[in-house]
Ligand binder design. Sequence first.
Ligand SMILES: NC(=O)c1ccc[n+]([C@@H]2O[C@H](COP(=O)([O-])OP(=O)(O)OC[C@H]3O[C@@H](n4cnc5c(N)ncnc54)[C@H](OP(=O)(O)O)[C@@H]3O)[C@@H](O)[C@H]2O)c1
Length: 255
Amino acid sequence: MRTGLQGKTALITGASRGIGKAIAHALAGEGANVVLSSRRQEALDEAAAEIRAASPGVGVLAKAAHVGDRDQAIACVDAAVTEFGGLDVLVNNAGTSPYFGPMADIEPAAAAKTVEVNQFAVVQWTQLAWRASLRERGGAIVNIASVGGLVTEHGIGYYNATKAAVIHLSRQFAMELAPRVRVNCIAPGLVKTALARALWEDNEEQIAKYTPLGRIGVPEDIASAAVFLAGDTASWMTGQTLVVDGGATIRPAIA
Ligand SMILES: NC(=O)c1ccc[n+]([C@@H]2O[C@H](COP(=O)([O-])OP(=O)(O)OC[C@H]3O[C@@H](n4cnc5c(N)ncnc54)[C@H](OP(=O)(O)O)[C@@H]3O)[C@@H](O)[C@H]2O)c1
């Protein structure tokens, strides 16, 4: 089955590297125009050049925005609509994990930043994309949560709480925006990116050993799931969370 993404326009937050960049590459590979956003324009311009080289036929726009800054978010969505005439797909991917430690000790500033970037940004960008275009054109939203939103873990409990919120926000928006817009969520396991470096850097072999599919994730593992959910391939799916984790969450409790 075809994704039907050719000629569509997708906006991806956190697209300068890691999972977001891989998603942008994969959507462009399906023939979609892509709008890349994250905070640093220079890094975005580099990612845009890579995508143009790999998928020469599509439109690529790079527009910097802090996902928590409402004015910058509005400017980014407006730029996408001006450049391509509208939006069909929004991927809420930008994420942060500024604190490692017990949830009992997190400081208010770190908690507020985690909520702003991981949780409220999903609400804000969804509102803006809906009002600017998706309400009229229909489309799909893919939110990047985490398997951490489904389980408990040491060290990243507060980050995980915001990811649990993303899972619920996806269900709530799916209900509110149906039938025009489908809203689904991906819960990745451990993926080899800068964000999760502290979790895998000195630990890769052990992680591979305890992951049923025998390796840590790579951004492309998540990108193919995002293409599936954004495309017609998932046309009768909304409000769902797709776990993509190499089987990590089906590990037996006692080996
Ligand atoms: N890697 C994993 O193991 C894993 C597992 C589960 C879920 N996830 C989720 O996957 C998503 C992508 O993470 P990743 O692993 O690909 O991380 P990454 O490689 O560190 O990339 C994060 C991206 O988000 C951007 N970003 C960070 N803060 C931002 C902000 N305030 N406003 C706008 N953009 C911002 C970064 O660019 P700038 O710094 O230039 O802004 C970058 O483009 C996140 O939501 C993360 O929570 C990751």
